[in-house]
Write a protein that binds this ligand. Structure first.
Ligand code: NDP
Length: 328
């Protein structure tokens, strides 16, 4: 049987071992669709999984990688046939089921979405879980009735994956976007993606006031912790925050005042088990509302061998935009 390359994480008493290896399809987990992976991407969760900084991997040894795009190699699933182009993100892939840092994957066909016509498999992974989550956050703000004329939208973790795609989409939709970053040297880059202005993330670092001066009609937050608490205290009455991440921390040292005195709404966004209809809606919106030139500008391309290095860098907050892994 043909061998393919994979990154494999094993568990030992002393910690995790990461190796590049050659596997066959017999080594893969059960599923009804086998995919020749063309591209994957490095998400923050992959960084946590590979460095072992959080207990993301629940089934050792495991091929990490929470997303991939490629071509169906074989299928026993009614929706998919050989040659179909497909995209996968979430569903426990790269956590409990072998994931995208390999040249072949076998998965449940119910987890796959068709590659949108506007995108190559590399584009789909430039978006990846982070970019698709950014779109879910934009949709969440829209569903709360947030409109461009109501004021500025703050994007935290602005130079990261969720942040950069959020800026590109929101600006195309006519929102005035303010980017919050710890990397002020990226100001010109963030403005090129559509940010109207850039603020230093240290503004959101002290203890949050019960009610701060109102500044934002809405926000997309991928940082959590003190940052999220400060941002919520500065949202205008009836404004909303879509919160999806914990790059600063899992805690939420905020208080009730903005919710009960200003009617501020905090919307949690989870991309892992999003129902299929909403996934398809998000991908259709990305086709319509994400400028491909901006997507390419925020993307770096690497090889499988680079993944452990990039994984370490992403948890240190050193990665700009999105990183696509070429597996062809
Ligand atoms: P990135 O690492 O690409 O971006 C995170 C950004 O957060 C960094 O670039 C940095 O931005 C900022 N940041 C990092 N550390 C800190 C800190 N200590 N304090 C304040 N800001 C910090 O990750 P992603 O954009 O891919 O993901 C962001 C978060 O969203 C992660 O926690 C991830 O797990 C989560 N996520 C959740 C999903 C869900 O389904 N809920 C799906 C996808 C992602 P800057 O340098 O500009 O300040």
């Amino acid at each position: 049987m043909n061998k393919f390359r994979a990154l494999l994480v094993s568990k030992f008493e002393a910690g995790q071992k990461i190796e590049f290896t050659h596997l066959t399809e017999d080594d893969l987990m059960p599923g009804d669709v086998t995919v020749n992976i063309e591209h994957s991407s490095v998400n923050y969760k992959d960084g946590l999984a590979i460095t072992g900084k959080a207990p993301i991997i629940r089934n050792y040894p495991l091929i990490p990688g929470i997303d991939f795009a490629g071509t169906v190699k074989s299928s026993a699933h009614k929706n998919w046939k050989v040659g179909d182009k497909v995209v996968l993100g979430g569903w426990g892939v790269g956590e409990s089921h072998h994931g995208g840092f390999a040249q072949v994957a076998r998965v449940n066909g119910d987890w796959l979405v068709p590659l949108p016509a506007a995108f190559t498999t590399a584009d789909a992974m430039a978006i990846g879980v982070a970019g698709y989550t950014a779109m879910l956050c934009v949709m969440a703000l829209e569903e709360q009735g947030i409109k461009p004329e109501q004021g500025e939208i703050l994007v935290t973790g602005a130079a990261g994956g969720v942040g950069t795609v959020s800026i590109a989409v929101l600006s195309k939709l006519g929102f005035t976007v303010v980017a919050s970053t710890g990397r002020m040297e990226e100001e010109a880059f963030l403005k090129s993606l559509g940010a109207a202005s850039v603020v230093n993330r240290s503004e959101f670092n002290g203890p949050a006031k019960a009610l701060g001066k109102t500044r934002w009609a809405g926000a997309i937050d991928s940082v959590g912790s003190t940052t999220l608490a400060n941002v919520i205290s500065q949202i205008i009455p009836e404004g909303a925050v879509a919160a999806c991440g914990l790059a600063q921390g899992m805690d939420f040292p905020g208080n009730m005042a903005p919710f009960i005195l200003r009617g501020v709404r905090l919307i949690g966004v989870n991309s892992v088990t999003t129902p299929m209809q909403r996934r398809l809606a998000a991908w259709a919106r990305l086709e319509r509302d994400l400028d491909l030139k901006k997507l390419h500008a925020l993307t770096t391309h690497v090889k499988l061998d680079d993944v452990p290095r990039v994984a370490a860098e992403i948890v240190e907050g050193k990665i700009r935009g999105r990183v696509v892994v070429d597996l062809t």
